[in-house]
Design a protein around this ligand. Structure first.
Ligand code: AQP
Length: 328
């Protein structure tokens, strides 16, 4: 059975973007692969985090994974920082990555442009290498991610190729899995920008735990053009195209089917259908989340998860260190 590895940063309330781009795929795929899904808390601290909030967000993330449908019998769920081999391998990989490669990472360039380099940590610059470590430490075959992470998986593939050429076959070559609809869900108020936990205006971002009336209000006031035709055209109609992506993904249908279904509808009617689809998806998740968040299940699953991954990661790291000549 092939292996799947992926994770999400616990940097705040999870968005509908992360659900559609990542979690929905984890849930759909996790029974067909040997799956390792982690909480990427070391990635979270690449930007400043408040201690108590970070702890809560880590726990929340596990509850959300479970509430969305990940079954612990089919997926190993763990916290990244509890396995020291992620950082150990990351350092070795950093020493086998070129500055030029990191300079080309568009996500860092975008943040740098927005926030100015003096506020950015070195960790934010090198985190794509930690991500490579997260993936190849477990010999992952596939990595389900949203479009914004594709470049980082490409970097991982370059690192694997270079390392294997230099030291002999060591790591598996991973491949990204990117959803057909919903690879990049946009902010509802600024549909040229990605819907994001930390960067989005709260009116433009649907959180998985938002109440029904809040979700409805955000979708009904989503920015659109005035043409009133439900046609997919990301360039000229980014707002309506984004809502179509959301609808197509949640209903598991193609974009042309969405066009056909709403050919006689106006924007108000279509937005109502999108809001219904989002609410129908999120309501059962929210109910399950409430059952799980204060239960002992979370710690039980995390204990089991970390026990399973540490020996795997240790073996890989020792193999790498031996090939390089580190230690005795
Ligand atoms: N808007 C999105 N559309 C599609 N996929 C998305 N993902 C995130 N936002 C969207 C995918 O979700 C996974 C986890 O992302 P993450 O939280 O680890 O990192 P991120 O992409 O940086 O998410 P945010 O919300 O933008 O977090 P902050 O604001 O803290 O930086 C990834 O697979 C991502 O592609």
């Amino acid at each position: 059975m092939e292996r799947l590895v992926s994770g999400i940063k616990p940097t705040g309330g999870l968005t509908l973007g992360s659900y559609i781009g990542a979690i929905k795929q984890f849930v759909e795929l996790h029974k067909s692969y040997e799956s390792y899904i982690f909480v990427a808390d070391m990635h979270a601290i690449t930007t400043p985090q408040e201690k108590k909030e970070l702890r809560n967000n880590i726990r929340d993330m596990v509850a959300i994974y479970l509430a969305c449908g990940l079954e612990p019998d089919n997926a190993t769920i763990y916290i990244q920082s509890e396995n020291p081999y992620h950082a150990q391998l990351s350092w070795i990989l950093e020493c086998n990555t070129y500055l030029g490669e990191l300079n080309r990472m568009t996500q860092f360039k975008d943040k740098n442009r927005k926030e100015g380099s003096k506020n950015l940590s070195c960790g934010l610059y090198t985190y794509p290498v930690l991500m490579a470590s997260d993936i190849i430490l477990y010999d992952a075959d596939v990595v389900p991610v949203g479009e914004d992470q594709k470049q980082h998986v490409e970097l991982t593939r370059n690192i694997v190729e270079r390392f294997n050429n230099k030291y002999g076959s060591t790591f598996k070559m991973p491949r990204p899995i990117i959803p057909e609809a919903g690879a990049r869900i946009k902010d509802l108020q600024n549909p040229k920008m990605k819907m994001s936990k930390s960067d989005s205006d709260s009116r433009g971002c649907i959180l998985l735990l938002d109440e029904e009336n809040v979700i409805r209000k955000k979708i009904m006031s989503a920015v659109t053009d005035s043409d009133n035709k439900i046609i997919f055209d990301e360039e000229n109609k980014p707002g309506i195209s984004n809502l179509m992506m959301i609808y197509a993904s949640l209903k598991d249908i193609k974009l042309d089917e969405v066009e056909r279904k709403f050919v006689n509808s106006n924007y108000g009617e279509f937005k109502k259908a999108v809001a219904d689809a989002v609410i129908n998806t999120l309501k059962p998740i929210q109910e399950k989340y409430k059952e799980i968040i204060n239960s002992s299940l979370i710690d039980e699953i995390l204990n089991k998860g970390i026990e399973k991954v540490i020996p795997l990661a240790k073996d890989k790291c020792l193999e790498v260190q031996e090939k390089i000549g580190l230690g005795r």
